[in-house]
Design a protein around this ligand. Structure first.
Ligand code: UT7
Length: 329
């Protein structure tokens, strides 16, 4: 649990690639149906990046929009953090590639890997670094090209995910939404619930790993579903209680956009009405680390937030990881 030194969310921006594929189109390629995908997940369509459009390119466009909204210049940014599980390459970091593309000075840049919880983890880390007084202006990005690790022969996973990016500018001064605090946690006891088995030091790339389709995302959806609801409820309740805030005071919930049924279960368990939850997963599917910043940006642009409204952001992902944040708009 961390109490924020009240970092200010000065700007937010997002970008989704232009290739749009709806469930009917997908069912021409995969043994599935619009009815199955919609009823089990709420997803209607998703976006895919072009072959030559990398995670850093998606991050670039989202970052430019966040920078514009914040009214800062790239020269003022002294920290770049990218949350992703689909970096352009294992190294160097996507944050370094993004720094160069944006013309940001030679400042600290690194990637953070906490899967779908990654953006809130990255905000928490950036908030701590700003609070140390050693950094003044952070660019925090969640960006994914999940289509690059999707197994088109596994219908239980490939229909769920999409590509996109969201970005935020965080400072200690200026006008914007106030980050009140964060909670991040993890349980590494069962990593194979959601993982990409091959390509790391445990199982380096080989002909066998390719033939075994080990470089694709693998998931036990049913188990992840159960854990997701449990850990998101916990991350929400613990953070609210730490800040002495009653659940009834929450005006908006921006949950990780994975499955409409997960959101409904969370709404019931937290006893927060569903109409306080912002959802756009029907348009984009699950974009992992990009899901919360894309949703936050769309809710901002749709003028969902009034001054002083309280927002709860909450996510879960591979690890298992979870994270939550409170924001005063
Ligand atoms: O960011 C974190 C990422 N992960 C998640 O959020 C995933 C969380 N889990 C889920 O969202 C759900 O578990 C899924 C959407 C993945 C699956 O829904 P489910 O209700 O748990 O379905 P299931 O896995 O129990 O499968 C039910 C049936 C199976 O057929 P049988 O064995 O009952 O005959 C599957 O083979 O649905 C079948 N099935 C499909 N049918 C058509 C699985 N995928 C598909 C598909 N199209 N794409």
């Amino acid at each position: 649990m961390s109490d924020s030194g009240s970092s200010i969310l000065r700007g937010i921006g997002s970008y989704v690639p232009s290739i749009k594929v709806d469930n009917n189109e997908l069912s021409k390629k995969v043994d599935t149906s619009d009815e199955w995908i919609r009823s089990r997940t709420g997803i209607k369509e998703r976006r895919y990046a072009a072959e030559d459009e990398n995670t850093s390119d998606l991050a670039l466009k989202a970052s430019q929009r966040a920078i514009d909204m914040a009214g800062v210049s790239p020269e003022e940014i002294d920290l770049v953090l990218v949350a992703t599980i689909t970096p352009d390459m294992a190294f160097p970091s996507t944050a370094c590639l993004l720094q160069h593309k944006l013309g940001i000075p030679q400042v600290a840049c690194f990637d953070l890997e906490a899967a779908c919880s990654g953006f809130l983890y990255a905000l928490d880390v950036a908030d701590g670094m700003l609070s140390s007084g050693r950094y003044k202006c952070a660019l925090v990005v969640g960006a994914e090209k999940l289509s690059s690790i999707m197994d088109w022969e596994d219908r239980t996973t490939c229909v769920l995910f999409g590509d996109g990016a969201g970005a935020a500018i965080l400072t200690k001064t200026g006008k914007g939404a106030e980050m009140l605090g964060f909670q991040c946690g993890a349980d590494g006891s069962n990593p194979s619930l959601l993982h990409q088995p091959a390509g790391g030091s445990a199982l380096p790339a080989s002909t066998e790993t390719i033939l075994a389709r080990g470089h694709f995302l693998k998931m036990n959806g049913r188990e992840i579903f159960k854990s997701a609801v449990r850990v998101m409820e916990r991350a929400s309740r613990e953070l609210l209680s730490h800040h002495g805030i009653d659940i009834s005071e929450v005006n908006h919930v921006i949950p990780h956009q994975a499955n409409a049924r997960i959101v409904e279960s969370l709404s019931q368990r937290l006893e927060i009405p569903l109409d306080k939850f912002f959802c756009n997963l029907h348009k984009y599917g699950n974009t992992s680390a990009a899901s919360i910043p894309i949703a936050l940006d769309e809710a901002f642009k749709a003028e969902k937030f009034r001054k002083d409204d309280l927002g709860l952001l909450v996510a879960f992902g591979a690890g298992l990881t979870w994270s939550s944040a409170l924001v005063r708009f």
